[in-house]
Design a protein around this ligand. Structure first.
Ligand code: ATP
Length: 935
């Protein structure tokens, strides 16, 4: 190891009044000298020079003249430290670099602030904040609600009543109105609609409808009928919970959850007991496919890939491909079992009769598919990528593309090229319920596809004529054919409106039967004239709106749709002011806001999340922060190593720190009442789900998180999304912002940018996202309530920054966490994908200022040294650890043969690297990466 010459100067390196007492760690300077001779050399610049333990004061005018000899060193502790340092340098062989670092940290911690706090140069040398003029951007609009109700759909009245009474949902959302009838037809589908637009219900409701209609009724031992794959555990829990609510009236349908991090044994037992609907993360599902015999997809008739682009982005492509392959293989392998068609003996006679009648009345083709060897596949996302297009190409057969944004094709069907008068249809789609598939194009779907539609044709001549005229147009701008009877059916349905809230028995097939009878009668009553009148309003022209074309053009256009109810702004803040600005925005929104705001703060790395959540909570609320799990494991470790000493044998400092709140003097802070939550992919599973549930229930508070919370999560009442770190792509921006303004609620989104990053908004404008620059001068205002004695907001910010720095330097643990957070952010920053690097350029960063924004007082060089010696900071580059290594693939039965149809190179590797560390499949390591050598 390189020799180190440690020049300990007790003078501050920057200007200071002569004779001042030196208390800041930056006063010490460590100089590397390869020609180290063992001597400690005094430097000229400092006014206090260390000479063999004696402190000698010099003057600036006569630097070599000793004017006074201090009998005592400035502080005993510093003296010890200095002696330790010297000792270390002399015993260099015995110690590794981290020991030096440990001492350097101890020196920093030993420094106490002066009574007034450190003088912070927060407001000096900051770059000017540029004014980014707003360009005329016309955002793409998507109408959220349709004015139609669930009873307008051709679904079971118990479902309608359940939605109204238990889920409190009445009106149909656009995507639901468009997608549900098509899904009920059993068509494969790609759905794109904006965040918070109700996509989950758009597929979950028809799936439950299809399942409940199967006769004889399915039971949990029949096998898994529906598989729903989602990218994160929280989303899996959320989706599973929705299914639980939807199947309430149909208790014979059993949903189940497989998400990473849970005990495999419990999940195995659940699978053995049997499930009808399986919701899970791809890694975990695959894990069970390999290890759990009872997981079989032979009966699976529907596969849903939610947040499809993210599933591919996260490196799950192999797992997704393996799931698709398993479904195909299991279905093929399943032998035809004629006995299965014989009803159970214990089914009573009456039920058998009902079943028979209902069987002949299968309402939806989806029910047929769920009973057959076919498969329906549904892909969904608010944003599309080339990888999704490729995935669609592989997994979808004769698909329909539904895009709910205005001005674009509402529906693009792969079956017959159609030219649609888009504007007219967009205008008409809310008002005019249309009939769906026509006979002439149904033939292309396959014989078994549209039994119900055949019936429709018989019922209505005019529909057939219309179908011919439109060349079999699949225009799902309205409701299915049941809508045509909606008014009368609604009246008749009244008697079915109440659903037992706690249904423990199977729903009564009597009422089902009666309902179908009434419905049939009503259908018959409906005249051809009525239908024609309604359809005549639409006169779509011919040719040209095919699935692939529509998807391609949607991807090429690369325009993103944002909820119009979200007020989007960006705030340009110089680096040094970022942390205090963040605190100010939190206080303003969650403390000063009388209604009590609920906000999400997105950060780049899990180290940042952990550190900031604890630091801000400690300083703003004055609470002692205990990280229970960490503390426990540390306590155990300490016990094992010898009481109170760390691995270097040095006294370990307490990891807890209580903020000393002074009487409101100039530098004093008063604690505020604030609920803090943090969420990232490396948290323990139980903790992670607990935080998710707690924040979901909370009325106000702050969630600091990584992008693990950016997708699909429906967290009620979130009225502000703050992006503390710029997103890795415009798509990520959309999904982060999408956590607010859901279901047409009002929300706000603020993106914090550095002056060097300000032009990033131009990139978003190109995607038709419109943002307004917020006035940064007011962003610190809220801090005056935290530091009431401060003369102005700048003083308040300085007081807060001082306290933040003081806390960050209060123990070795804090300091290590701060450094880790800083280092992880620097690494993250230099890994921004190429598309955005011109605006988010690591070369533009001022690392010294950046350190300040992490409440650190070190120089970048010192921080780099610390990160090198930090055993906890992973040295290897972040890898896509969710994908299974190729060599492991080969060992899996059947897995190695999977041909990955969608080009994994298409996926943005950079972006997957960014997210890789945030997500965890919950899988144990497949093989130990190395074996420890025993000496
Ligand atoms: N018909 C409806 N009426 C009112 N609210 C609804 C309706 N359907 C769904 N919602 C609510 O809308 C919210 C958003 O729904 P959901 O989570 O399905 O959106 P999403 O489109 O999947 O969003 P993301 O793209 O972010 O995943 C949920 O709170 C849900 O309960």
């Amino acid at each position: 190891m390189e020799d180190l010459q440690l020049n300990i100067s007790v003078a501050k390196t920057n200007k200071k009044k002569p004779g001042a007492v030196h208390k800041d760690a930056s006063e010490y300077k460590f100089v590397s000298n390869p020609k180290f001779t063992g001597k400690t050399i005094a430097r000229k610049r400092p006014r206090f020079i260390a000479q063999k333990g004696n402190y000698v004061k010099t003057t600036e005018e006569e630097p070599n003249k000793k004017v006074a000899k201090l009998t005592q060193p400035p502080a005993e502790k510093n003296d010890n430290l200095e002696a330790n340092l010297r000792n270390l340098s002399e015993n260099k062989g015995k110690f590794q670099g981290k020991n030096y670092q440990k001492l350097s940290d101890d020196i920093q911690i030993a420094q106490k602030p002066r009574s007034g706090g450190w003088i912070s140069s927060l407001f000096k040398n900051n770059p000017d904040v540029p004014r980014i003029g707003q360009r005329a951007v016309k955002p793409i609009v998507e109408k959220v609600f349709t004015g139609k109700t669930f009873s307008d759909l051709n679904i079971h009245p118990h479902s309608v009543a359940n939605l109204q009474q238990n889920l409190k949902l009445k009106e149909l959302m656009t995507v639901q109105q468009n997608a549900i009838p098509v899904i009920l037809q059993g068509r494969d589908m790609l759905i794109r609609s904006q965040t918070g637009s109700g996509k989950t219900l758009a597929y979950a409701l028809p799936v439950v409808e299809g399942l409940q209609a199967i006769r004889p009724k399915i039971n949990r031992h029949d096998g898994i009928r529906v598989v729903v794959v989602v990218p994160t555990r929280e989303l899996a829990v959320q989706t599973y919970e929705l299914f639980v609510k939807l199947v309430k009236p149909f208790t014979w349908i059993v949903p189940g959850l497989l998400s990473g991090g849970q005990k495999r044994k419990a999940e195995k037992a659940r699978l053995r007991k049997g499930l009808s609907i399986l919701v899970g993360t791809p890694g975990r599902i695959n894990d069970h496919l390999r290890h759990t015999q009872s997981l079989n997809f032979a009966k699976t008739g529907c596969l849903v890939l939610d947040e499809a682009d993210r599933l591919l982005d996260m490196g799950y492509e192999k797992d997704v491909a393996a799931i698709v392959k398993s479904i195909e293989d299991h279905k093929k392998a399943a032998t035809y079992d004629p006995l299965a068609l014989i009803p159970d003996e214990d089914v009573n006679e009456k039920e058998q009769i009902d079943d028979k009648e209902e069987k002949s009345e299968v309402k939806h083709h989806l029910t047929d598919i769920l009973m057959s060897k076919e498969r329906q596949t549904i892909l969904l996302s608010a944003t599309l990528t080339k990888a999704v297009e490729n995935l669609a190409g592989i997994t979808l057969v004769d698909p329909v593309f539904i895009d709910t944004s205005e001005g674009r094709a509402v529906v693009a069907d792969s079956l017959k090229p159609q030219k649609v008068d888009e504007n007219k249809i967009a205008n008409k789609k809310e008002d005019i319920p249309l009939n769906k598939n026509k006979e002439d194009d149904n033939t292309q779907v396959g014989d078994n596809k549209n039994k119900k539609e055949k019936k429709t044709k018989d019922d209505s001549e005019s529909e057939e004529e219309e179908g011919e005229r439109r060349g079999g147009l699949k225009e799902f701008g309205g409701l299915n054919r049941h809508d045509l009877f909606q008014t009368t059916v609604k009246k008749e349905n009244k008697k079915y409106e109440s659903v037992p809230k706690d249904t423990t028995e199977e729903s009564d097939s009597d009422s089902d039967y009666e309902y179908f009878k009434v419905q049939k009668e009503l259908e018959e009553k409906n005249t051809a004239k009525d239908i024609k009148e309604q359809i005549d309003d639409i006169n779509p022209q011919e040719t040209g709106n095919k699935f692939t074309e529509a998807v391609k053009s949607a991807i090429i256009e690369d325009e993103l749709v944002m909820p119009q109810t979200v007020n989007q702004t960006f705030l340009v803040v110089p680096m040094k002011l970022r942390l205090v600005t963040l605190c100010s925005l939190i206080v303003e929104h969650c403390v000063l806001n009388k209604k009590g705001g609920k906000m999400i703060v997105f950060m780049a790395t899990l180290e940042m999340v952990d550190y900031h959540a604890d630091l801000i909570e400690t300083v703003l609320t004055g609470k002692k922060k205990k990280k229970k799990d960490q503390e426990k494991s540390k306590a155990k470790k300490r016990k094992a190593d010898g009481k109170g000493k760390d691995e270097d044998g040095l006294e370990s400092s307490s990891s807890e720190f209580e903020v000393d709140y002074h009487e409101p003097s100039e530098g004093g802070l008063i604690p505020v009442d604030l609920e803090m939550f943090s969420l990232h992919g490396s948290m323990q599973h139980e903790q992670r789900i607990e935080v998710f549930k707690q924040f979901r229930e909370a009325r106000h508070g702050v969630l600091i998180c990584t992008d693990v919370a950016a997708r699909g999560l429906d967290l009620p009442r979130v009225d502000l999304v703050l992006q503390y770190c710029a997103p890795a792509s415009a798509t990520d921006y959309v999904h982060r912002v999408g956590r607010t303004g859901r279901a047409a609620q009002v929300g706000a989104a603020v993106m914090m940018l550095l002056p060097s990053e300000a032009e990033f908004v131009r990139h978003l404008e190109q995607k038709r996202i419109r943002l307004r620059q917020a006035d940064e001068s007011k962003s610190l205002e809220a801090l005056r309530s935290v530091a009431p004695a401060a003369a102005n907001r700048a003083r308040a910010a300085i007081a807060l920054q001082t306290q933040l720095e003081h806390t960050a330097h209060s123990s070795a643990e804090w300091l290590a966490r701060a450094s880790r957070a800083y280092t992880s952010w620097v690494r993250f920053y230099s890994g921004y994908p190429r598309e955005v690097r011109q605006w988010l350029d690591a070369k533009q960063l001022h690392l010294g200022h950046a350190a300040k924004s992490f409440a650190l007082r070190d120089t970048p060089a010192a921080l780099a040294r610390r990160s090198k010696s930090d055993p906890q900071l992973k040295k290897e580059k972040p890898t896509n650890r969710l994908s299974v290594p190729d060599e492991v693939d080969k060992k899996r039965p059947g897995f190695g043969k999977v041909k990955i149809g969608f080009n994994s190179r298409v996926m943005n590797k950079q972006s997957s690297m960014h997210t890789a560390s945030e997500f965890d499949s919950g899988l144990p390591p497949l093989e130990p990466s190395y074996k420890k050598k025993k000496n």
